[in-house]
Ligand binder design. Structure first.
Ligand code: SF4
Length: 293
């Protein structure tokens, strides 16, 4: 696999995105967070409210073909890791795509078949990379551990063991090839590294983005200062989201507390059908429009 690096810088859960554990603890209580939900808050507070605060939750839009491929590839990679090493052949890997395939979001059977073949090729090639070659510490592992004022939890795609350390791996299948800067800037990966170190009781500072279509690995090795910065930023978002949620429960104005933040992301937003500003900002793509050409 090609590899890029940069120098070091820097649920299955409850009903709300951020639960304050044991409020009786006051200032010492921990915000229970998933990085994905914090990212949702930062991207658009209104989306956060509709997905994680409003109950009953509003109906969501249908699936997109590019996310279907991502889900299928993740499942196939999980199945690949579960095979004994001698059975991780290109043919076997490709067949795992067939096992998990679904045609949701594609224009028609012909288009689905084309992309299915493409995903089979990716899996066949992956057997020569870390996903086929190395024995992971864990695959799709739910981790949960304190990180500063947070209790971080989430599912890590893969955790590898290298030189006595744990390495957090996230698989990507999108059009854009991630860079080392993406790995460094990913709050999700940094929080997972902190939680993984605690769960596996070994150092975990390296995070990697594996782009399955190209076999590229974008890696970054954090130092304590960069991990602390990510935790501090996450705590800030968690405080803001929890504060807005509490204020809403106390009768606050939903539109003011959870403002709509429109942008390109409104096109694929799961709750755009319930959001007039988002629908006005960006035309709705067809379910297959974000497939790589
Ligand atoms: S459509 Fe856009 S503005 Fe509306 S909730 Fe979704 S991301 Fe926010």
């Amino acid at each position: 696999m090609a590899r890029t690096t940069a120098p070091a810088t820097g649920t299955p859960d409850g009903q709300l995105g951020l639960d304050l554990l044991d409020p009786g603890f006051g200032a010492t209580a921990l915000h229970r967070v998933t990085p994905a939900r914090l990212d949702t808050w930062d991207a658009c507070p209104r989306r956060y409210r509709m997905l994680h605060v409003d109950r009953p939750a509003p109906p969501r839009g249908g699936g997109f073909a590019h996310t279907t491929i991502g889900a299928v590839v993740h499942l196939a990679l999980r199945s690949l890791a579960a095979l004994p090493a001698e059975r991780r052949t290109p043919e076997q890997a490709a067949s795992l795509v067939d096992r998990h395939w679904t045609g949701e979001g594609f224009a028609d059977d012909a288009q689905a078949a084309r992309y299915r073949e493409r995903a089979r090729d990716w899996l066949a090639a992956a057997v020569d990379g870390p996903a086929g070659r190395d024995e992971p510490l864990a695959v799709e592992r739910w981790v949960r551990a304190p990180a500063g004022p947070l209790l971080v939890e989430g599912r890590v795609d893969r955790i590898d063991a290298r030189d006595g350390e744990a390495v957090v791996v996230d698989f990507k299948t999108g059009r854009r090839v991630p860079t080392a800067a993406d790995a460094a800037d990913s709050r999700q990966l940094a929080l997972y590294a902190v939680a993984t170190a605690a769960v596996f009781r070994r150092p975990c500072r390296t995070v990697e983005l594996h782009h399955v279509p190209t076999g590229t690995v974008a890696a970054h090795t954090h130092d304590q200062a960069s991990l602390d910065r990510h935790v501090a930023a996450a705590a800030e978002s968690a405080d803001a989201a929890a504060g807005a949620t509490t204020a809403l429960a106390d009768g606050g104005d939903a539109a003011a507390l959870f403002p709509a933040r429109t942008g390109a992301h409104c096109g694929t937003c799961a709750v755009r059908r319930n959001c007039a500003p988002g629908r006005a900002a960006v035309p709705e793509p067809r379910p297959w429009d974000l497939l790589a050409p």
